[in-house]
Design a protein around this ligand. Structure first.
Ligand SMILES: NC(=O)c1ccc[n+]([C@@H]2O[C@H](COP(=O)([O-])OP(=O)(O)OC[C@H]3O[C@@H](n4cnc5c(N)ncnc54)[C@H](OP(=O)(O)O)[C@@H]3O)[C@@H](O)[C@H]2O)c1
Length: 322
């Protein structure tokens, strides 16, 4: 039986990875602080990675595969030191945020990276991921896989970004929905379940961007609209008008998720050639959208969100635009 240790395993992506490995018949141990449940059938090793003894419970075993999702370079350093010698294979979930720029289309895994974080740069997510990748590389190329996902989407997404559009079209039945005009913007996402399947099934080593195909923003809105059976109007707002109204790009409060500044031409247009060559699957975007719309409906379209406009904010903007 394959013995898998997931450093995490109770989060959104890491939970899906744990579930898939359990389904494949592996023995799965999840190391986490215990705030959220691990998938049924997994063994939980309760530990806080802020603590120097965090790996004591799991460092006396051999692991066929260790998966780490941490975004803390110090946590990754300590895990590699404690467990690296006894791990057959190591997968580290990094991010496309490691790249130094977003100004080139089709950039692959060899594109320049940010400088790695120095101790104390705790808030620089991309730089922390670069430092963590460097530590994982010390284990040797043949047995390590560094996965760099773009925007991860699917049901249960805790970031509320992609799902905003499901909620926006569902909550406006018969009424207008505000979208950014943003002609020429592409959307490139990876379904959480495709990503989990890839991590469990692939034997690739090295670095792989985990990003999907590119879709025009207007096509993504059309998929959400159709899946939510929206029958009102879609009202396009000019990008500079939205900026003047204090609407933010991409994420956070009073934002329009997936909307990007025009100069970020490469951000959602990275190469996924290595992912495809390594066996990575990409389900149709319409399937992902349908799952996300159903999930938003179930979770409640008026729930407090981490990203997007509230319906009153959206209606106020629509009135002003007219
Ligand atoms: N969302 C995106 O669009 C996106 C894009 C690119 C890359 N990524 C990457 O994708 C991954 C997402 O993974 P995820 O969804 O599983 O993340 P998550 O929901 O944040 O879960 C993190 C896991 O680590 C555990 N953990 C956190 N702090 C810990 C500590 N101090 N000690 C022990 N365990 C700790 C958590 O459990 P406890 O809280 O119970 O301890 C949980 O199991 C991350 O690597 C992220 O950087 C995300």
């Amino acid at each position: 039986m394959t013995d898998v240790l997931i450093l995490g395993g109770t989060g959104w992506l890491s939970g899906r990875i744990a579930e898939r490995w359990l389904l494949s018949g592996a023995a799965v141990t999840c190391l986490a602080r215990g705030g959220r449940p691990a998938p049924q059938g997994a063994t939980v090793a309760l530990a806080d990675r802020d603590h120097p003894a965090a790996y004591d419970l799991v460092s006396r075993s051999d692991w066929d595969h260790v998966v780490d999702v941490s975004s803390r370079a110090d946590h990754v350093r300590a895990a590699v030191d404690a467990l690296g010698a006894r791990a057959g294979r190591w997968t580290y979930v990094s991010s496309v945020s490691v790249y130094a720029d977003d100004d080139r289309e089709d950039a692959d895994e060899s594109a320049p990276l940010l400088e790695p974080a120095e101790p104390g740069d705790d808030d620089d997510y991309g730089a922390q991921k670069v430092a963590a990748e460097n530590t994982v590389r010390e284990l040797g190329g043949g047995r390590t896989l560094i996965v760099r996902p773009g925007l991860i989407v699917g049901d249960g997404d805790p970031s509320d970004r992609f799902g905003y559009w499901g909620a926006a079209f569902l909550r406006a039945r018969g009424e207008d929905v505000l979208v950014p005009a943003s002609q020429g913007t592409d959307v490139q996402v990876i379904d959480v379940d495709d990503l989990a399947d890839f991590i469990v099934a692939t034997d690739a080593a090295g670095v792989v961007n985990a990003v999907g195909e590119r879709h025009p923003l207007s096509e993504v809105f059309a998929l959400f609209r159709s899946s939510a059976r929206h029958d009102g109007q879609v009202v396009e707002a000019p990008d500079d008008w939205l900026g003047a109204q204090g609407v933010e790009y991409w994420m956070g409060e009073r934002s329009l998720p997936l909307w990007l500044p025009a100069d970020m031409v490469g951000f959602m247009r990275r190469s996924n050639r290595r992912y495809r060559e390594a066996g990575g699957g990409l389900r149709p975007l319409a399937d992902t959208v349908a799952r996300v719309v159903a999930d938003e409906d179930e979770r409640g379209v008026d729930r407090p969100r981490k990203a997007g406009l509230s319906r009153p904010e959206e209606l106020a903007l629509l009135r002003r635009l007219r």
